[in-house]
Design a protein around this ligand. Structure first.
Ligand SMILES: Cc1cc2nc3c(=O)[nH]c(=O)nc-3n(C[C@H](O)[C@H](O)[C@H](O)COP(=O)(O)OP(=O)(O)OC[C@H]3O[C@@H](n4cnc5c(N)ncnc54)[C@H](O)[C@@H]3O)c2cc1C
Length: 408
């Protein structure tokens, strides 16, 4: 048996010029109001949309979709006929489809050579897997989940509350409730690191190690920023663990459907947007209105004339992007333990280092894993070539999972 991956793919969200991070987060001085402010129309011809503008479903595809629909309805209600949409991710495609349904002319300008944005598929052995968004989260309230069901896509549940923790220790009862209570009681402007540090100074009935491991698994894995930056009150946003299901064949099956019939100009990075009395000029081309859906991390690289209002700039300064990277590994034989949740957790050498693994073998029957990595160790793990990164990631998995199999 070989335990070298026979195929792999590696993400680079941290350095990707068209995302500059994985998803948006609320910094220590911020609140969900900043997301609302960012998505508030600028006059009657410019509106920002995308996941970062959703106050309760940020960082998720269905939140992005809802914001795209909302922005499109705003533009159509105002009577605009010809509208530019910047970005062909979930929000941009949702906006374009809504405007087309309302009989408007829409041009989508997309920097990459593909639609989908942070839903990014790769094909391995003829099957699609996801290097970006993987799950349909908050399944019961998820508009894209309804679309996936209508399209007859095969959806596989993951139980995030019951991962197999490869190095043993279960989460002690009551730890989550105490963490949430401490975060909710934090003073305005406090960061999560301060709350954790106070707790570690007097850990009560929990051990310091258990507290650090839980915070890494639930917050660092879900955010990918230093906890000294993340808002204590608002940084631990909802999403994961509400009936999540992944799509066999990947998100591209949804994207292909959403992009059908939409006029998308690929390879067209927008640099400047000018709002005039008569319309908007997007890189020299006139439109009646524009909906901008580029990721939060990319927004500062666009030139707005006149500049964005102070409330938008203040919101931008209090929000930020985290970094969670993914690796897909395919093996010729399965060597890791079966776990009904289909999900595995492994803590790294540092207290904040964490990786989690989805067993995606069910996609086509060939042993395949999708690993998510966050924490300080990314700086070292994600250097060099893709084969080197994949080999390092595989090493973490192989060591931990073979040890777990041997000891069970
Ligand atoms: C690793 C990872 C895992 C994730 N997992 C999940 C998950 O399991 N479930 C979930 O719901 N969400 C997940 N997400 C988040 C989800 O992918 C995003 O919230 C969602 O896709 C954002 O959609 P959007 O339309 O707002 O932005 P994007 O999808 O980023 O779309 C913006 C588009 O704008 C384009 N663009 C950027 N700059 C320019 C420019 N100057 N000119 C023209 N075009 C430009 C980009 O190329 C992109 O296509 C994950 C994200 C990552 C990175």
């Amino acid at each position: 048996m070989s335990i070298t991956p026979v195929a792999f793919a590696v993400s680079h969200w941290g350095t990707d010029p068209w995302s500059r991070g994985s998803w948006s987060l609320i910094g220590r001085d911020g609140s969900p109001q900043d997301r609302i402010d960012l998505g508030t129309p600028v006059g009657t011809r410019l509106r920002l949309a995308g996941e970062a503008t959703h106050p309760t479903r940020a960082g998720m595809t269905h939140g992005a979709y809802e914001q795209g629909v909302e922005a499109a309805s705003w533009a159509a209600d105002l009577g605009h006929d010809r509208i530019a949409v910047v970005g062909a991710g979930t929000a941009g495609l949702a906006a374009a489809r809504t405007l087309i349904d309302r009989g408007r002319e829409v041009v989508v300008l997309e920097a990459r050579d593909r639609p989908g944005g942070r839903t990014a598929g790769v094909e391995i052995g003829g099957t699609g897997f996801d290097l970006g968004a993987n799950w349909l989260q908050q399944f019961d309230q998820n508009v894209l989940a309804r679309l996936a069901e209508d399209l007859g896509l095969r959806l596989v549940p993951t139980d995030f509350h019951d991962p197999l923790v490869l190095d043993g220790r279960p989460v002690p009862d009551g730890l989550e409730a105490e963490l949430r209570a401490r975060l909710a009681a934090a003073p305005a402007g406090a960061a999560i690191a301060e709350v954790v540090s106070d707790w570690l100074a007097a850990p009560g009935s929990f051990t310091s190690q258990d507290i650090c491991r839980y915070v890494a698994a639930e917050i660092t894995m879900d955010a990918g920023v230093p906890l000294s930056w993340l808002s204590a009150r608002h940084g631990f946003e909802p999403g994961v663990g509400e009936g999540d299901r992944w799509i066999v064949g990947g998100y591209r099956l949804l994207v292909e459907h959403l992009a059908t019939g939409v006029d998308i100009r690929l390879g067209h990075p927008v640099r400047g947007i000018e709002v005039t009395d008569d319309g908007v000029i997007v890189d020299g081309e006139p439109f009646d209105a524009v909906i901008v859906t580029v990721p939060l991390g990319v927004l500062p690289s666009l030139t707005f004339t006149p500049e964005l209002p102070a409330s938008h700039r203040a919101a931008l300064s209090r929000l930020g992007m985290g970094r969670v990277e993914k690796v897909i590994l395919r093996f010729d034989e399965r060597f890791w333990p079966v776990h009904p949740a289909g999900y595995y957790r492994l803590h790294g050498p540092g207290a904040d280092d964490i990786c989690e693994w989805l067993d995606a073998t069910g996609a086509d029957g060939t042993p395949t894993l999708v690993g998510l990595f966050a924490g300080p160790w990314l700086a070292e793990l994600w250097t060099g070539t893709d084969p080197e990164i994949a080999a390092r990631a595989a090493h973490q998995w192989i060591n931990a999972s073979t040890a777990a199999t041997t000891s069970s």
